[in-house]
Design a protein around this ligand. Structure first.
Ligand code: FAD
Length: 450
């Protein structure tokens, strides 16, 4: 029986271990996690901080005890891998509980060490009460600090997914929220006009938003922020949400190849440059489904899929990874914001010519109660109708349209094929010509080779 070691016990690591157990009931599987909590729902952290999820235990999907009992998988928490010795096929482990160091050999090794929040260099940051949100412990720390210090205001740096989710959740907690974004609009992976819709919503909800703005200097033990737009704001603490960098240190130390985007390079079976070492999740570089270019997509669906692909390959039932669209969704107060693929800026930067249809409609029949605005924007090729990117904003029915479009793209459908999607229609749900169909009808005259 083979011995498989896993570095990282949360999304990618725990999923991989479970999948491997389903496919191989004999393998010896040991998962190492440097923090104290395994298998927690990263994506749920903002909602605990906002009081939507009431109990911290609700976010924990599994424990070392449940993994041992139900799956015969050993999980060692507070055990950090500090070195990989590939020639000897062993890892060096630091046991932070007993404070000792030991070696463990492997037949195959899986890396799922995740990513670390980026901390920008800002004068005075070292003295500020400043947090990032990545781990379960981060979440508990922020919660405890808010309670203990009666914090009543926060400056969120970064208007991406985590920044926006936290703006909503801090507001729900009664804090005054300032949000700074370096780009010209929040959610900078989306187009300008879509970002502006999101900004309007958060401003309406009482968030103080500053775009095109960074912090120049922090004073007064982190309570006074001098901004690049010459304004000065005062808040009790800072939350940095300016992105993540892949945890590649172990891979680099052991001379595994790193890709051009900075993630660990893997093939379509998740093998690194060493065939006995696999890597999955936020730490790796993967492939763009649309352009086939290298890409890093730190998202949960991608991580779970990669973990399954790695488990299949190790058990000699290979299934190649087909690439990612980066399909993502976010609740921003009363709006749902979703996107996949490439924005105008990303297509322009890559020199890919494109056409765009923007369709403004309602998610279901206008006469039926609860009808709300829905904006769908689709970028595509004029030559053959290949869909390059989709962005959708609305209050209801956003996820359904995005999931249809994501499915359509992966099935090889073009923008004109969207006419043919036969939707389930009754007034509370859709329209006889769904907004998705309308994109197809509008694009039809534009596409040259249908
Ligand atoms: P992680 O889940 O972070 O796991 C990596 C683990 O490896 C960590 O626990 C770390 O302690 C451990 N580790 C690292 N180095 C070592 C070492 N040397 N030894 C032992 N252990 C080590 N994605 C979505 O798709 N939708 C969402 O709504 C969403 N919301 C999110 C909200 C927040 C606040 C955050 C932080 C992330 C969110 N994500 C979301 C992203 C998603 O959580 C990640 O894509 C996913 O967790 C990546 O899995 P991973 O296994 O690569 O990394």
């Amino acid at each position: 029986k083979k011995k498989v070691l896993v570095i990282g016990g949360v999304a990618g690591g725990a999923t991989f271990a479970s999948q491997l157990r389903i496919l191989d009931d004999e393998a010896e599987i040991i998962v190492f996690e440097k923090d104290g909590t395994m298998s927690f729902a990263n994506c749920g952290l903002p909602y605990y901080l906002g009081g939507v999820v009431k109990k911290e235990e609700q976010l924990i999907a599994a424990t070392p005890e449940s993994f041992s009992q139900n799956k015969n998988i050993e999980v060692r928490v507070r055990h950090e891998i500090i070195k990989i010795d590939r020639p000897a096929k062993k890892i060096i482990v630091q046991d932070h509980i007993k404070n000792l160091r030991y070696e463990e050999t492997y037949d195959q090794l899986i890396l799922s060490p995740g990513a670390t929040p980026v901390v920008p260099e800002i004068e005075g940051l070292a003295h500020a009460r400043c947090y990032t949100l990545r781990t379960f412990e981060d979440m508990l720390r922020i919660d405890q600090q808010i309670k203990e210090n009666n914090f009543s205001s926060v400056c969120i740096v970064g208007g991406g997914f985590i920044g926006l989710e936290m703006a909503e959740n801090f507001k729900a907690r009664g804090l005054e929220v300032f949000l700074l974004e370096r780009s010209s609009h929040v959610m900078k992976i989306m187009d300008n006009d879509m970002g502006e819709m999101i900004e309007k919503e958060i401003v309406n909800q009482g968030v103080h938003v500053y775009t095109d703005t960074t912090i120049k200097q922090i004073e007064n033990n982190g309570r006074t922020m001098h901004l690049s737009n010459r304004a000065t704001i005062h808040t009790d603490f800072l939350l940095l949400a300016v992105g993540v960098k892949p945890n590649t240190a172990l891979a680099e130390q052991s001379n595994l190849e790193i890709g051009i985007t900075g993630g660990i390079k893997v093939n379509s079976f998740m093998q690194t440059s060493d065939p006995d070492v696999y890597a999955v999740g936020d730490a790796i570089e993967t492939i763009d489904f649309i352009t086939h270019a290298p890409k890093r997509v730190p998202l949960a669906w991608v991580t779970h899929r990669e973990a399954y692909i790695a488990a299949r390959h190790i058990t000699e039932q290979p299934l190649p990874f087909k690439g990612v669209l980066g399909t993502s969704i976010c609740k921003v107060f009363d709006l749902t914001v979703s996107m996949l693929g490439h924005s105008e800026q990303s297509l322009t930067e890559q020199g890919i010519p494109f056409k765009t249809i923007t369709h403004y409609s309602r998610q279901h029949a206008g006469y039926y109660p609860g009808s709300e605005k829905l904006t769908i924007k689709v970028h595509f090729s004029e030559e053959d109708g290949k869909i390059y990117g989709v962005q959708i904003i609305g209050k209801d029915g956003v996820d359904k349209r995005m999931d249809i479009l994501s499915t359509a793209i992966k099935a090889g459908l073009s923008v004109t094929d969207l006419q043919e999607i036969e939707v389930a229609y009754a007034p509370p749900f859709s329209a006889p010509k769904d907004p998705i169909n309308m994109i197809g009808y509008k694009a039809y005259p534009i596409v040259k080779n249908k």
